[in-house]
Design a binder for this molecule. Structure first.
Ligand code: ADP
Length: 169
């Protein structure tokens, strides 16, 4: 992504593009879809200024839910978590940007909605850990892994938003 102007001097907006652009996998869970919160949740990421590169409504098969949550297999709530995630359609998204993973986790709020700060998605829109309306990847590595798990090749879209130069200098 490194680019120079014709006289060899780095232009500031091009230097900024050298920063690592990460991906995060965000999912509106079945309760968020059933409660009509899809637009509200997408809006929060859109308004923040991250770039949407993947989006679909999807009925998650049991095997995919199990793969996605495999690290939680030993937890007592694992079977009900799998039932919950497969209980109705989810909205799958990939968002891109510098620092997107940590920032999205802040926008989402704590796992337990009663402890999530007001102003966060879970803090504003949910009351229980077992119905916490949204998922967000917890590291850039998992962002990549989950994006590849939930989206097939060709389903993600590379594009340059018209507002790009108004978001970052
Ligand atoms: P987060 O989604 O905030 O990254 P975790 O990775 O710890 O949280 O857990 C994944 C999901 O498992 C949570 O979002 C929630 O849906 C479910 N979960 C976690 N802990 C509990 C619990 N104690 N009871 C019921 N469901 C839980």
């Amino acid at each position: 992504r490194a680019s120079k102007s014709t006289n060899g001097i780095f232009l500031p907006h091009l230097v900024a593009s050298l920063e690592q652009v990460d991906q995060t996998y965000i999912m509106v869970k079945p309760d968020g879809v059933q409660r009509g919160l899809v637009g509200e949740i997408i809006s929060r990421f859109e308004r923040k200024g991250f770039k949407l590169t993947g989006l679909k409504l999807f009925q998650c098969p049991k095997e995919l839910a199990e793969e996605h949550y495999k690290d939680l297999k030993a937890k007592p709530f694992y079977p009900t978590l799998i039932d919950y995630i497969t209980s109705g359609p989810v909205v799958c998204m990939v968002w891109e940007g510098v620092g997107v993973v940590a920032s999205a986790r802040k926008l989402i709020g704590s796992t337990n909605p009663l402890q999530a700060e007001p102003g966060t998605i879970r803090g504003d829109l949910a009351v229980q850990t077992g119905r916490n309306v949204v998922h967000g990847s917890d590291s850039p590595e998992n962002g990549k892994r989950e994006a590849a798990l939930w989206f097939k090749e060709g389903e993600l879209c590379e594009w340059t938003p018209a507002q790009a130069s108004w978001l970052t200098e």
